[in-house]
Unconditional design. Sequence first.
Length: 317
Amino acid sequence: MKKHWINLIIVLFIPFSLFAQVDLSTSQGGSTSSQEKAAKFGEAFFDEESRDIMERGICTTMEMDALLRSNNPDLGSLEEFEMYLQEEIARYNEGLKSGRITDEILTIPVVIHVIHNGEPVGFGPNLSAEQVQSQIDAMNEHFRKVGTGANDNPFGADVEIEFAPAIWDMNGQRMPEPGIDRVNGNKEDWNQLAIQAILKERTIWDPFQYFNIWTVKFGDQSQGLLGYAQFPSQSGLDGLGENEGTESTDGVVINYRTFGTTSNVPKPYHEGKITSHEVGHWLGLRHVWGDGKCNMDDYCEDTPNCSDASWSSMFLG
């Protein structure tokens, strides 16, 4: 199991750390406002005349986690979840050593909820099947360390996790487009509050059976977001505690402009790494700086101390 976490950190969180959070004031309820964050940095996403592209890139997983826990006090703290997860990793490793369990490749069925506003397939947020599949291919390259998208860091390893487009829908019917659920949301764009309160609850597929990803056009104060994820929690996954998340909001949300590796995805987002970064969060990984400074733990003992995100252009691809 250790190599799984080593590889996830190396493949996802060092090269993608430019999509980091910055410190913001907290709301009266004590949680960081993701809406404030988006407003601060996201006024003109993908506008060539706006501020530097590295400053525009935003991952708000930690902000959304804080909001989730603020609204659901019984969920406990993220640190409590991390300690529980470390105990589960230790038990898993002991099982491997004793031979009680065997290492295996895990294949996760994925459904991509392509949220559009009536555009034809292949235009705007109504992504083509080719673009959707290109992102799934990129995720498999990143997590299995294969193909052109794999990292070449000598410490990188095969995570032994694969992603496959779902073939059957929740009613047991074969999907006309494997892994794709096209949804006309009848809205031009979406902010995070509407996504969490309305979109997810109306469109999520059973998280016991599917990994849910939504591609959306962010708008309002969320306009500058690249994506966010929910940490593994109360989505029904075996081995995790009962009070670490909500079933109805489990999954990853991605700006449709950064999804996939086809020619219409603009640089520097054209390698599918935004989604892979957020999938890392969905699997339980924190940023390498522990979302604090050097004294904050990312709960991965073999990552170096890091005080903040790396903003080097070498990571832009």
